[in-house]
Design a protein around this ligand. Structure first.
Ligand code: SF4
Length: 330
């Protein structure tokens, strides 16, 4: 599924991405036919509940998959190279860190407790970027400064840093080799609100100043919209609506997107918060037709048997997979 407002050759073009995991109860279709384009310097937010396939999508793009993968199919063309068909060695040497890097929710905990911060940032530069030790030290200090950490952080151990500082170190490492694309998987979920705002401001600064594109994965559509140019809403392994942030927020077309937005607390409204009834489906046996139909207030007969195609919404750029947008729907 693609938003309609794109121009120029995309930095990343994902087509028909499918990822299944083998499980005792049957293959789990975590990502099931996802397509989108991302332009250089832009941010795409992928939002949805836990279990919608957001993180599996990121892991597929990074080729960081568990051993029980049963199917990985489709294309992910980054700067003209299909990341899904490269050998593991080529992907590691040519793409990861150099073309695409990542910051995870638990990135702070991924720092090695026995090495100082400077050593760990330097390691990315020497091992992946071929920098000499002296050049890597200089660049590591520059990176720590870029993420607004004091110079003494270079010689500190991870346990001497707060959660927010450790996440900044993770961001510094992700930026080390100037990749054009960063995957941000719930990068602020483990942080308190004040620190979350600081990290979001950091991302906005890098987007404006360095022109880094990002895929921001979050369950929080309000937070994601702060950074994103485009929002893709994911449900049960599929993108069910995608379009410019403004259009998706102003005129959401898919009932699932509408529910996500109605669940956001508002300061100046007494309206009760909405919630989405039911639970996300078991992806080893997803519902027939529209996968949202067991939870949808607008379900029609055809929704139970026919999977809706991507249809243009009434807003400018968005498309959504919902039969309500079909001209023939009553
Ligand atoms: Fe609801 Fe039908 Fe639209 Fe699915 S296709 S979201 S069930 S109205």
């Amino acid at each position: 599924m693609n938003g309609r407002a794109t121009s120029g050759e995309p930095l990343l073009s994902v087509r028909g991405l499918r990822l299944s995991y083998a499980a005792e109860r049957g293959d789990v279709r975590a990502v099931d036919g996802v397509s989108f384009d991302l332009q250089a310097g832009q941010t795409l937010a992928i939002v949805g509940e836990s279990g919608s396939g957001k993180t599996s999508l990121a892991l597929a793009l990074l080729r960081l998959l568990p051993r029980n993968v049963a199917l990985l199919q489709g294309q992910a063309i980054l700067n003209g190279v299909d990341c899904l068909t490269l050998s593991d060695g080529d992907f590691r040497d040519r793409i990861r860190w150099r073309q695409i890097s990542m910051v995870f929710q638990g990135a702070a905990e991924s720092l090695n407790p026995i090495y100082k911060v400077g050593h760990q940032v330097r390691e990315v530069l020497t091992a992946r970027g071929g920098h000499s030790r002296a050049a890597a030290d200089g660049r590591a200090k520059e990176l720590l400064d870029m993420v607004r950490l004091p110079p003494e952080t270079f010689n500190r151990y991870p346990h001497e840093l707060s959660g927010g500082m450790k996440q900044r170190v993770a961001v510094a490492s992700a930026l080390a080799l100037n990749p054009p694309l960063i995957l941000l998987d719930e990068p602020t979920s483990a942080l308190d609100v004040g620190v979350q705002a600081q990290i979001m401001n950091l991302f906005k600064r890098f987007k404006a100043n360095l022109g880094v594109a990002s895929i921001f994965i979050s369950h929080d559509i309000a937070l994601a919209s702060d950074l994103a140019d485009t929002i893709g809403v994911m449900y049960a392994g599929r993108i069910v609506e995608i379009g410019s942030t403004e259009d998706v927020l102003r005129a959401p077309s898919h009932p699932y997107t509408q529910k996500l937005l109605a669940a956001i607390p508002r300061l100046r409204s007494d309206a009760p918060l909405e919630f989405i009834p039911g639970a996300p489906p078991d992806l080893s046996d997803p519902p027939s037709g529209c996968r949202f139909h067991p939870r949808c207030a607008f379900v029609m007969e055809r929704c139970r048997s026919e999977s809706p195609p991507d249809l243009p919404s009434q807003s400018g750029s968005a498309v959504a997979a919902c039969w309500l947008l079909d001209e023939g729907a009553s």
